[in-house]
Design a protein around this ligand. Structure first.
Ligand code: NAI
Ligand code: MG
Length: 347
């Protein structure tokens, strides 16, 4: 039987171009011979915006829809006004493809530096809701620019939206050895949304009796992520809380150079998108200094999502081995790291 993987590739801006090239290199090296890899590159980001004024057209969305998955580098450049590409590309795509599960694993690998004391055990996954909360653009301004300006930014929480992400998180927790799921919210103060989240969480929990559950307020979660990260296995949380704690999680578990993520449509109605957590890093772009590891690990998430579990594990093992030896090697360029990982996954 011959299989195929039809990938949309969006290198984007800055180091996105450099790291995506290495991600594809490793992908080609790890895929079995019988898998036919097709890639189509799309030009989104600052260059396209300056040339045409476009960020993501309806025709673009239709074209992207036809792929099995999307690999993204990063979108964003100081030459584009803040918010234009974030809302016009990143958020628009997330809503168009209903990427309601934002997946961010944090694993501190051997040999990787952490700002935390000692070498704590860190191996957890944050499941962040991706399409609701305060990120829906539900708000407005009146009396703008006056001393009486009023601004609202309403957090939207639906039983449907909360249940589907909570259910996804329970399933992920059940599939992991520790089988533990922690709900992170602020249900003592954000009582309306907090009640909905807590109720749905407790209801779905009854269907997963083998999963241990826990609840922590988001402010306390920032303490435990630093003082006792080992207590976490899977975390499920709302869009805004998830945005903040995943940056903290990345900082304690090896930094931005190794943090991978997936914007997932679990139903498969639309392609899911995988990307490093970092941005386009204009300060180091074009110099071959970017670490492609976060992108390579995002390729592993992509493969796992599409059912290529063995290949995903080969990539993760290759990254582990490479990071373990890094301290004893001279500094390498973006493509040298990509080459080294390609050799390891092929061997
Ligand atoms: P950034 O992640 O691009 O850079 C932050 C710092 O980390 C910089 O010092 C950079 O040199 C370093 N860094 C990032 N990735 C690295 C890598 N792979 N290897 C080595 N060092 C790395 O965040 P920043 O500076 O806030 O944003 C730059 C642009 O990227 C902005 O336009 C922002 O909007 C955009 N951005 C896009 C994202 C996306 O496409 N999903 C996510 C985050 C930011
Ligand atoms: Mg962020």
């Amino acid at each position: 039987m011959s299989r195929s993987l039809n990938l949309a590739v969006i290198p984007g801006d800055g180091i996105g171009q450099e790291v995506v090239a290495e991600g594809l290199k490793v992908l080609s090296a790890v895929l079995p011979q019988d898998v036919k890899l097709e890639t189509k590159e799309y030009d989104f980001g600052a260059r396209r915006y300056h040339a045409t004024g476009e960020t993501l057209t309806d025709a673009d969305v239709d074209a992207l829809k036809r792929h099995d998955a999307i690999l993204l580098g990063a979108i964003g450049d100081p030459s584009v006004p803040s918010g234009v590409l974030e809302r016009g590309f990143l958020l628009k795509l997330r809503f168009a493809f209903d990427h309601h599960v934002n997946l961010r694993p944090s694993k501190l690998l051997p040999g990787v530096a952490t700002p935390l004391a000692g070498q704590p055990e860190i191996d957890f996954v944050v499941v962040r809701e991706g399409t609701e909360g305060p990120y829906t653009g539900n708000g407005g301004t009146i009396r703008k620019g006056t001393p009486h300006e009023v601004a609202t930014e309403v957090s939207v929480n639906t039983a449907f939206g909360v249940e589907r992400v909570v259910r996804d998180a329970f399933a992920r927790a059940q599939a992991r050895p520790r089988k533990k799921l922690t709900l992170v919210h602020k249900n003592n103060v954000l009582a309306f949304a907090g009640h909905l989240w807590t109720n749905v969480f407790n209801q779905v929990a009854e269907e997963f009796p083998d999963v241990t559950t826990d609840y922590i307020h988001v402010d306390a979660a920032t303490i435990y992520l630093v003082t006792d990260p080992a207590r976490f296995d899977v975390i499920v949380t709302d869009n805004l809380f998830g945005d903040i704690i995943t940056d903290l999680a990345a900082a304690v578990s090896g930094g931005i150079g190794v943090a991978a993520s997936g914007n997932i449509n679990p139903s498969g109605d639309f392609p899911s998108m995988f990307e490093p957590v970092h941005g386009s890093a204009p300060d180091i772009a074009g110099q071959g200094k970017a670490d492609p590891t976060a992108t390579v690990l995002s390729v592993a998430l992509l493969l796992r999502h599409l059912g290529y579990e063995a290949e995903a594990v080969r990539i993760e093992d290759a990254v582990s081995a490479d990071l373990g030896e890094r301290g004893s090697l001279p500094a390498r360029s973006t493509s040298e790291i990509g080459d080294a990982l390609s050799v390891r996954v092929a061997g």
